[in-house]
Design a protein around this ligand. Structure first.
Ligand code: 5GP
Length: 221
């Protein structure tokens, strides 16, 4: 089966990182494309595992050298998918899962027609606000900016191949897994099965030829 690129996007707070991690833990036919970014690591993040953390100069050098399949600016920082990451995962025979924002997803859809894209939706306004830490009267710093960005991001949702509502995490993971399974079975991605079709046709053609010979020739050689 020919592996493909699976893009997951969502507004921040709609759970794409959690869902990506759950899928990677559950399935060995998936590998993660470790993005490059200029933003500093968070306390739990490890360079080369969560991201390749680059200086702005190094990011620019790689961009100019054509190292990125796509890149975008988000929240004042740069993020990009390295061609080498996508190739590393494809070479393992795995589908490449990319947790990227909407501008990058758009570039990928234009450059790689075989990409499968999924947009994860928050179940409601209240739930999104709550997941961003805005429960009750809490208004964390940056909440308004993130909500504004969510409005823009949701404006891109209709360009994606699939929409999945992340109401219940287990259910959302199961729905994404079902999409991966169905996309894996697309005819164009199943070279081995296409060869089996040819073998079946050859076998059946030979059988029909035998059956259509006059009775006295059958069995007498
Ligand atoms: P964060 O800084 O919270 O890890 O990510 C911020 C946003 O950047 C998220 O929407 C994430 O999906 C997106 N992002 C992460 N890596 C890439 C990438 O390689 N390319 C693009 N275009 N967006 C990315």
């Amino acid at each position: 089966m020919t592996p493909f690129l699976l893009v997951l996007s969502s507004p921040s707070g709609a759970g794409k990182t959690t869902i990506t991690k759950a899928l990677l833990a559950a399935r060995d036919d998936l590998g993660f494309s470790i993005s490059a970014t200029t933003r500093p690591p968070r306390s739990s993040e490890v360079d080369g595992v969560d991201y390749h953390f680059l200086t702005p100069g190094e990011f620019e050098r790689r961009r100019a050298a054509g190292a990125f399949l796509e890149w975008a600016e988000y929240g004042g920082q740069r993020y990009g998918t390295l061609v080498s990451e996508v190739e590393r995962v494809l070479a393992q025979g795995r589908h490449v899962i990319l947790d990227i924002e909407v501008q990058g997803a758009r570039q990928l859809r234009e450059r790689r027609p075989d990409v499968v894209s999924i947009f994860l939706l928050p179940p409601s306004v209240d739930e999104l606000v709550a997941r961003l830490g805005g429960r009750g009267t809490d208004r964390p710093a940056g909440l308004e900016q993130r909500l504004r960005r969510a409005v823009d991001e949701l404006g891109e949702a209709h360009h994606y191949d699939y929409l999945v509502v992340n109401d219940d995490r287990t259910q959302a993971v199961a729905e994404v897994a079902a999409i991966i399974d169905a996309e894996s079975r697309r005819t164009r991605r199943q070279q081995a099965s296409l060869e089996r079709v040819q073998a079946l046709r050859r076998g059946l053609t030979e059988l029909v030829a035998t059956l259509s010979r006059p009775a006295e020739q059958q069995g007498k050689g």
